[in-house]
Design a protein around this ligand. Sequence first.
Ligand code: ZN
Length: 508
Amino acid sequence: MTPLLAFFRIRRLFMGYRILIGEIEHEANTFSKVPTTLERFRAGALLLDDEIPSARRGTRTALGAAFEAAEKFGWTLSHPLAASATPGGVVTKETFEQLCAWFLADAEGCDGALINLHGAMVAEGCEDPEGEVLARLRTVLGPGAPIVVTLDLHANVTEKMAANASALIAVRTYPHIDYYERAWQGAELMDRALRGEIRPHTVIAKRPMLRGLNYGRTQSGPMRELLERGDALEASGKALVVSVCAGFTRSDIYDVGPSVTVTADGNTTEAKRIAEEFMDYAWETREFNSDTIISIAEAVERAKAGEGSVGKPLVLADDSDNTGGGAYGDGTNLLRAMIAADLQNAAFHAIFDPAAVQDGIAIGVGSKGRITLGGKHAPEMGGGPLEVEALIVSITDGHFRCNGPSFLGGGAWRSFGPSLMLRVGGIEVVVMSTREQAVDLAQLISVGIDPFHCATIALKSSHHFRAAFEPIAREVIMVDSGGMIGSAASSKAQYHHVRRPIWPLDNI
Ligand SMILES: [Zn+2]
């Protein structure tokens, strides 16, 4: 035994186990031309060491659960990094290496790790950054240390991730509102593993599928069915964890696509059989799609017909310019159509355009002026710049406290950078300095929009908005405004690195 190892063993006798907790969250849309840098993480969340407890303790997040679990089980924590950035382009090599350096700096001497990773990050020169992080962590902690990982259900899970983690626990809700519960599940598993009660190992099954499982929608359909079957297997003790991931399709990497991972105690033969059986079902149901997406013209026509409604808004969700899927978030086609239709009592969230925010600040609250919005990143998609005559109603620093339940909901503070709300005719438009999707009512309320009394609310989001906005909506309509993840912009020819053959690119 080395003196260092002897030191750690003796310390454990007096201080309990030392556990590494932390978070690296990013979903890479490899088709985006905007690279994800450290600045993008700073604009999202980039917390180091002592900044983390005050920001995450007491929140219903994965890290919030980890702090509570540490108190319950008497762990000493090492918490070097909590980093998350809005989905966007590939993470630069320097950024990835810096995140790894922070994340692993304190790992030596830890008895285990309970960490939160997205699972669909891509870095320059590395298609599987989460697998790489876990491999490096495994090297530091050694083969016997429990490494328990919570994941987004849009993770593109790899063999390397399954081989280096003891357990992979994907969230089971989309919108994702159960990170806290999943991290607690991981903490219980960690405690059992540390006490030698179980030896968790994880296996994975995949099929030649680019997409499937209804894009991960958990309300009904094959995803819901598999999640329920997984819950039953866990409850019966036949598996420690069953995780079903839909994958993230806007990622041109070899390991893209849905997966099932099963964590077993010791022998993994039965776990492998379960994972394969689940993926057989995912393959059989691959065509299932529960959402209908309509044109801008039809959506605005329906909004116009209901603009006299008071009390419950019609929600128009623009799937194609969803920044949550890595789109640019500055498309203007839908807003242009809403203005042309002279919609009344309507709200629009949002145009990502830091320069337009500064222009609005120059005009000043209470003043009117001409301002050009969005359309800068890819004017050929989603609409080019839109010039409007607007009244600047409010300017904020972008901070708001989440109402929840999505993401960091339940009291956490977030900021989308300098933001403003301007009024064009009967439409209140949010313009912001950070590329983010609409998932929380506070995003509107914080700039002065009352979502409860709008007749129409237009949002840029595929599905996450539903947790907060569906309960207040009289109806939800999905719209394609021509943005980068819409149907017109997506083609088979874009993919060069996915494994082949793969459905639906190939006829199999
Ligand atoms: Zn997700």
